[in-house]
Design a protein around this ligand. Structure first.
Ligand code: NAD
Length: 466
């Protein structure tokens, strides 16, 4: 069994929990269950390490490059664990693992944010950024390695130390990342603990961290915010989305359907910021429905280790049951099944790539985040109506507009109430672009320079000269 990492050392536990391979539905590994006193030790270790780690930015940058190299050197093992615990197709898992080191290098090389707001004979006023302290980082099961890098890279560069907990559904690759981190970083700079939701609650209520960086569901995000409020920890919440994609009447059929469909099914539909409600103009509705159906029927669903596979299983049993229930509910509400529509026979949490037509608001799969391989196509008459319906939700993570006329599409994108609005693409997340959720989809900003700033405390240094 892989060990937790506390204070730079592998730590075993008395208790353990099962980890299921979603492609087989079988328990294939176990992970350590962190005891309360072990969490206290992890926090204490991170607090001690902070004293030195915060001091020397050049040393941090060097250490982060060493970490990136160490992660790259173990890509094969990390990918294998990631496939085993998430069911991602091999190529998708390898891509996620390959993205981790560049993310760390981006932050290692980023210029430290510093502003001068006044520099004249009367005063020098500088806006500086100071480390916060210990960061409690909590990740979801849909992208454990990617989310690890999204959190630790800006946290470490910001001069903070970290106690990180992955989802209990997918702890394995993150445990290995804990070991890798311990080989190249000073003890206590990154601690990895594993356990269930209660451990997450204990981390957010713990008196040591000065920031919580959380990615997960809106419900859990609320609980994190409440716990963090007790001692006013800084909070970044990256939460769920129910992204609208609005296709305009002049959109190119092949390009639009090809890209939208690929994103809506990426990672078996289990990505926060992919198209989850696709609005199509009435005049082109049947044409798009048919093209989506063709795309869905050509997607190979199966063994994640088979290179021919385009989509693996859902990652968890609860998610498999939820997606099944949402699709059944849509069908019983009158939705037309264009492709898929049901779970696949056999072991594992496989579900057919599903496209639903003649479905609209008031049906759960439209109103709620499905987080699975089932996408509804919604018919609209006017662009104003499509925008109004796209915005009529508590979600506000991201969205997209598709058109041959870039300027027209950008104008409409600007009307979407969401943190990122894409034009003729969706779910593209470069490390230098800030990422945030509007409304209930989040709080604070991740990624880019804004993401680094969010792992710091601002300090104004005001020097009077006259
Ligand atoms: P989840 O909220 O159930 O769990 C996420 C993590 O939080 C896990 O590690 C879990 O153990 C922990 N946790 C659960 N309850 C907690 C609590 N009360 N206090 C502290 N920690 C707690 O989410 P999930 O099912 O793992 O992930 C799926 C959700 O995550 C989807 O809604 C998806 O949209 C969202 N997500 C958002 C982003 C983003 O960047 N906005 C990225 C990926 C996933």
């Amino acid at each position: 069994m892989l060990s937790m990492t506390i204070d730079g050392k592998p730590v075993d536990t008395i208790d353990a929990f099962d980890v299921v391979n979603p492609a087989t539905g079988q328990v294939e590994a176990q992970a350590p269950e962190c005891a309360p006193e072990q969490l206290d030790r992890a926090m204490a270790s991170a607090q001690t390490a902070f004293g030195e780690w915060r001091r020397d930015d050049d040393a941090r940058r060097t250490a982060m490059h060493a970490l990136a190299d160490a992660v790259d050197a173990r890509q094969g093992e990390l990918t294998e664990l990631l496939v085993q615990e998430t069911g991602k197709p091999l190529g998708v898992a390898a891509g996620e693992v390959a993205s981790a080191a560049p993310w760390i290098r981006y932050y290692a090389d980023l210029e430290w944010p510093r502003r001068v707001v006044q520099d004249d004979p009367s005063a020098l006023i500088e806006v500086e950024h100071r480390p916060l302290g210990v960061v409690a980082a909590i990740t979801p099961w849909n992208g454990p390695v990617g989310m690890w890098s999204w959190k630790i890279a800006p946290a470490l560069r910001g001069g903070n130390t970290v106690v990180l907990k992955p989802s209990p559904f997918t702890p394995l690759a993150t445990l290995l990342l804990g070991e890798i981190g311990a080989e190249v970083l000073p003890p206590g700079v990154i601690n990895v603990v594993t356990g269930g939701d209660e451990l997450g609650k204990a981390m957010t209520a713990h008196p040591t961290p000065r920031k919580v960086s959380f990615t997960g569901s809106i419900g859990a995000g609320r609980s994190v915010a409440v716990n963090a409020a007790q001692d006013l920890k800084r909070v970044t919440l990256e939460l769920g989305g129910n992204d609208a994609a609005i296709v305009l009447d002049d959109a190119d059929l092949e390009r639009t359907v090809g890209t939208l469909f690929a994103f809506s099914m990426f990672n078996c539909g289990q990505i926060c910021c992919i198209p989850k409600r696709i609005f199509v103009p009435s005049g082109r509705y049947e044409e798009f429905v048919e093209a989506f159906g063709v795309a869905a029927r050509s997607l190979v669903v199966g063994d994640p280790m088979d290179p021919a596979t385009g989509m693996g299983p859902l990652t968890t049993r609860p998610q498999y049951e939820r997606v099944s229930a949402l699709v059944d509910d849509a069908i019983s509400s009158g939705a037309r099944v264009v492709a898929g529509g049901k779970a696949l026979d056999g072991d594992g949490y496989f579900f057919g790539a599903t496209v639903l037509a003649d479905v609209a608001e008031g049906v759960r799969i439209v109103d709620e985040e499905q987080f699975g391989p089932a996408v509804p196509l919604l018919r609209y008459d006017t662009v104003e109506e499509a925008v109004q319906r796209a915005n009529a939700t508590c979600y506000g993570l991201s969205g997209s507009v598709w058109s041959a006329d870039e300027d027209r599409a950008r104008g409409i994108a600007g009307q979407l109430e969401c943190g990122t609005a894409w034009v003729n693409c969706h779910a593209l997340l470069p490390s230098h672009a800030p990422f945030s959720g509007a409304k209930h989809s989040g709080l604070g900003v991740a990624n880019g320079e804004d993401g680094l700033r969010s792992f710091t405390e601002q300090q104004v240094v005001h020097t009077a000269r006259a």
